[in-house]
Each structure stands twice: as structure tokens, then as C-alpha cells.
Ligand binder design. Structure first.
Ligand SMILES: CC(C)(COP(=O)(O)OP(=O)(O)OC[C@H]1O[C@@H](n2cnc3c(N)ncnc32)[C@H](O)[C@@H]1OP(=O)(O)O)[C@@H](O)C(=O)NCCC(=O)NCCS
Length: 263
């Protein structure tokens, strides 16, 4: 919607002399028409646009443009730094629009819609596109961290591990899914160990939550293997395919956060 808003006003997009200089310097550009360079990037099909405060942020193929949402002035542009975490076998980084075929294929698994409340059924390419738009926007705006899980050996997308952050409470909930072809190989445990380290030592969060339906042995097993403690059991909490399911909530407190004050 915000992208459409910006595209509807694309003819008004301009910059100032200072803006032009900033864009040229930041992107190391040596071209005459900086504004049309930026406009073409914004019009790109894979460009993701979101609004924060008074600005639009447009992210596309390695670039970020900051545009005032009232005057449509391009304030600045910069190279998009790729945030990436790695483990022995995996790369954890942002999703890309090109992942839509893989996301739709992986998430069409009927086990996912049984295990994950609110998983759309059927899971179409359009569902994958709207998931990816949300995931890329949240990742870039650092409001949440939906990491794509890719194999280091060939960059294949195989899953998702999502830190749903509540920064006001210094906590996040972890959600995840993995391509069924890769289950039972310790992949989610490996990804989650890295994410927990990122959550506790980089984001400095105090607590992590892991929720799973009681019949989901895989998800409960990963949580327990990671050292999460089962804290509560909600009886007949979700209605799944015609039957009620109990839900478990597991918690893990940042061991480095000592001497915290508690009510
Ligand atoms: C849940 C899920 C992410 C687990 O990923 P995974 O990479 O296969 O998990 P791991 O191999 O790291 O397993 C870690 C531990 O969990 C337990 N576990 C995993 N799968 C299990 C299963 N099917 N049955 C019983 N225990 C299981 C085991 O204790 C395992 O440790 P071990 O191999 O040393 O015994 C994967 O099954 C999945 O994507 N499921 C569908 C989507 C989903 O349910 N997401 C979670 C929503 S809450």
C-alpha cells in the first residue's frame, strides 16, 4: 500500500542540490541524472517500501532510499548492508522476493497448517508474496527479525526462524518452520542456537518465548533441547481441523541478565 502511494506520486519525486551530492557520494555514482536512477530503482518490481515517521524507505537490490513522504524529496540513499549470521551448515539472512516459489512449496505442506495456527490453506504464491513483503519490511526496519534459513553449500532456502520482538518488554517469541526434506538433522537446533545468541547478546533481550501445540513433538523437542523451560499449558487453546488442541509455552531467560529488579 505504501509502495503504491509512492508510485502514484512518482512524478513528484525530486531532490535538492545537497540531496543529489549526498546520493552521489554515498553510492559512489558518477552519473548526470541521479533522480531518474533512484526512480527506476523504486519502480523495480522487487522494491519494498515502508513508512516510518515522516519518511518512506525504499529497499531494492542493495540500495535504500529515504524519501520525505510529504514533499517527495529524496533525502539520501545508501547501500543496504546485508545482515547475515552463519553457523557450520547454515546462513541466516533476510528473505528476498525471489524466494516466493520456495516459500509456497515448503509452506503448502499440510503438517504446517496443523502445527501452526493461522497458516493459510491453501498456501498460494500470493500468500508467499504477502509473507515475504511483511518479512522483508520487518527485517529491514529492524522491528522484528524473520530470518531465512539457507544451506551454506548451495544457498538453498530451507526454512524460517522468526524473532517476533516486543522491545518494550525486552522479550521476543520465536516462530519457525523447516522444509520437511530437512527434518531430524538438527538444523532447527543449529539455527536457533545462533538466534538465541543474537537475541541475548546483540539485541540484549531479557526473555525468549517458544510456543507449540502439545501434539507437535518436533517443536516441543527443539525447545527442550535448547534449554527452554515449560512454563505454562493452555488447555483446549486452539481449534485445529475440527478438534481442540492444548498449547504449551516455553521460556528462556538471558543468563547474562543478572540482578534484574522484579516486582
Ligand atoms: C519443528 C521443526 C522446526 C523441527 O526442526 P528439526 O530441524 O527437524 O529439529 P531438530 O532436528 O533440530 O530436532 C531437535 C530435537 O527435537 C526433537 N524432535 C525433532 N523432531 C521430532 C519429532 N518428529 N518427534 C519427536 N521429537 C522430535 C528431538 O529431541 C531432537 O533432538 P535429537 O535429534 O537430538 O533427538 C520441524 O519439524 C518443522 O518445521 N515442523 C513443521 C512446522 C512447525 O511445526 N513449526 C513449529 C511451530 S511451533
Amino acid at each position: 500500500m505504501e509502495k503504491q502511494e509512492l508510485l502514484n506520486n512518482i512524478n513528484k519525486v525530486h531532490t535538492t542540490a545537497l540531496g543529489e551530492q549526498r546520493i552521489k557520494n554515498n553510492l559512489n555514482l558518477n552519473i548526470k541524472n541521479v533522480v531518474s536512477f533512484c526512480k527506476n530503482k523504486i519502480k523495480n518490481k522487487d522494491c519494498i517500501v515502508y513508512k516510518k515517521g515522516k519518511n518512506y524507505y525504499a529497499h531494492t537490490s542493495g540500495y535504500v532510499f529515504t524519501i520525505n513522504s510529504f514533499s517527495f524529496t529524496i533525502i539520501t540513499a545508501r547501500n543496504d548492508k546485508i545482515m547475515e549470521l552463519t553457523t557450520d551448515r547454515l546462513i541466516l539472512n533476510s528473505f528476498k522476493m525471489e524466494d516466493k516459489q520456495d516459500v509456497a512449496r515448503i509452506c503448502s505442506n499440510p503438517i504446517f497448517s496443523k502445527n501452526i495456527p493461522n497458516m493459510p490453506v491453501p498456501y498460494t504464491i500470493e500468500q508467499a508474496e504477502s509473507f515475504l513483503t511483511m518479512a522483508i519490511e520487518k527485517f529491514n526496519s529492524k522491528t522484528e527479525y524473520p530470518f531465512a534459513i539457507r544451506l551454506k553449500e548451495n544457498n538453498q532456502l530451507i526454512g524460517n526462524i522468526h524473532l517476533m520482538c516486543k522491545f518494550k518488554a525486552n522479550r521476543a517469541e520465536i516462530g519457525c518452520w523447516l522444509d520437511e526434506n530437512y527434518w531430524g538433522k538438527g538444523i532447527m537446533t543449529e539455527a536457533a542456537i545462533k538466534i538465541i545468541d543474537f537475541a541475548f547478546n546483540t539485541l540484549k533481550l531479557h526473555k525468549l518465548i517458544w510456543s507449540a501445540l502439545s501434539f507437535n513433538k518436533g517443536s516441543c523437542g527443539v525447545a527442550l533441547k535448547l534449554g527452554f523451560i515449560k512454563e505454562c499449558e493452555q488447555k483446549e487453546y486452539e481449534f485445529v481441523k475440527g478438534k481442540y488442541a492444548d498449547s504449551y509455552s516455553f521460556g528462556l531467560i538471558n543468563p547474562n541478565d543478572k540482578n534484574v529488579e522484579k516486582w
